[in-house]
Design a binder for this molecule. Structure first.
Ligand code: FAD
Length: 366
């Protein structure tokens, strides 16, 4: 039998794949356990937003560093991973967020007038309120990211469900899966919805709130624009205060969702499944009012779980017990390469970065 790798990673969503890739680039041997197909969980679907705007300056800095890792990996893997078309934000939160971004330094962000807004967002209805453009942001090419990272990891990704991860009495970590048991020097659990359950097995209680989410995709009317920004709209001018939207590769389709989610019970069941349908109706109504450049009949629905931490919808943290690391949070796609490098460093014994410890509450508005 081949030698057992040093590190086990549980989950081949974007966070697990980035962690494994970061371990591999450090020369560590790794095995990634995935119960389904890589990227089929919360990382599923086309397109996510890469934005620098956050309410916690520490998270802005983390994201700024993360953008450089996306670019480095895109060069090495030979594929575009984040578009260069920017992110437009609308609403009264703009001046405060702009200040945080400008204070951070090195992030190309500025206000835009309605003429430039029309150029950047040709399908948006007339809008006169506060608006800013994060030129360093863009649409994450999610499928390219999942496929190239999984491809680069090759046989290191195995299709197996992990039942339990726990420390042994001789300082290693045992992973029990459908295919048997293996011992590793350490393990990193990036199992999305199932991370909190696995952490309970080693005595950790993660305050993860599972919820359900829906995002709709619309066809652009006419020829796709050459460039189109992602959108964050908290203005309320079009009847909603928490909307995000991002183009698909090629700009022919645009995905739109409300930031609001539907809480589920501890066992994952819905108190009221109708709430999810109501959210999708609101997203459709928003598109009719705010985005006349889109055909208002959705062409795709993405229903998905999300896992948030209580201090912020952008919050993230890493818990540690006996050499096993558990990563949790929401809106992690954009953070995944930088978070993956941090998790790789921790797994290799360099210690966990202070900002990622749960007590730091990274992402909490300041
Ligand atoms: C509609 C939508 C829009 C979003 N928009 C944005 C955005 O614009 N920007 C952004 O940055 N983020 C966004 N997010 C959030 C982002 O997509 C997620 O935070 C991120 O994908 C989470 O990745 P993950 O690897 O932690 O989890 P997942 O992708 O869920 O991966 C976990 C993996 O672990 C596997 N697994 C679980 N248990 C086991 C087990 N026991 N054994 C083996 N494998 C296991 C699962 O099968 C899964 O593949 C959005 C999410 C959704 C749903």
């Amino acid at each position: 039998m081949d030698r057992v790798p040093e590190v086990a990673v549980v989950g081949a969503g974007i966070v697990g794949l980035c962690t494994a890739y970061a371990l591999a680039e450090r020369g560590a041997s790794v095995r990634v356990y995935e119960s389904g197909v890589p990227g089929h969980g919360q990382s599923s679907g086309q397109s996510r937003i890469f934005r620098h705007a956050h309410d916690d300056p520490r998270l802005v800095e983390f994201t700024r560093q993360g953008r450089a890792v996306w670019d480095e990996w895109a060069d090495r893997l030979g594929t575009e991973l984040v578009s260069r078309d920017g992110v437009v934000a609308l609403g009264s939160a703009v001046p405060g967020r702009l200040r945080i971004l400008q204070d951070a330094g090195g992030i190309p962000v500025r206000t835009v007038d309605s003429a430039e807004l029309r150029a950047r967002m040709p399908m948006l209805a007339d809008y006169e309120g506060p608006a800013m453009l994060d030129e360093g942001g863009g649409a994450i090419r999610t499928r390219a990211a999942i496929e190239t990272l999984a491809g680069a990891l090759g046989d290191a990704v195995v299709t197996e469900e992990v039942i339990s991860v726990h420390p042994t009495d001789h300082g290693t970590v045992e992973v029990l899966s459908a295919a048997g048991r293996e011992e590793y020097a350490t393990a990193v659990v990036c199992a999305g919805l199932h991370t909190a359950r696995m952490a309970r097995g080693v005595g950790l209680s993660l305050p993860v709130r599972p919820a359900a989410h829906v995002r709709l995709t619309f066809q652009v009317r006419g020829a796709p624009p050459e460039r189109v920004a992602c959108l964050q709209d908290s203005s309320g001018d079009f009847g909603e205060t928490g909307v995000y939207a991002a183009p698909y590769p090629g700009n022919g389709r645009y995905a739109v969702g409300l930031s609001q989610t539907v809480e589920v019970r501890e066992d994952g069941s819905f108190a009221d499944p109708g709430e999810l349908v109501a959210l999708n109706e609101r997203a459709r109504a928003y598109v009719s009012r705010a985005l006349p450049g889109l055909d208002p009949e959705p062409v795709e629905y993405l229903h998905c779980w999300v896992t948030s931490l209580p201090w912020s919808e952008d919050g993230m943290a890493v818990w540690e017990a006996d050499g096993i690391f558990f990563a949790a949070g929401h809106n992690l796609f954009k953070q995944a390469p930088r978070l993956g490098r941090a998790l790789a460093g921790a797994a290799l014994g360099e210690g966990l970065e202070d900002d990622l410890r749960p007590a730091a509450e990274l992402g909490r508005p300041r």
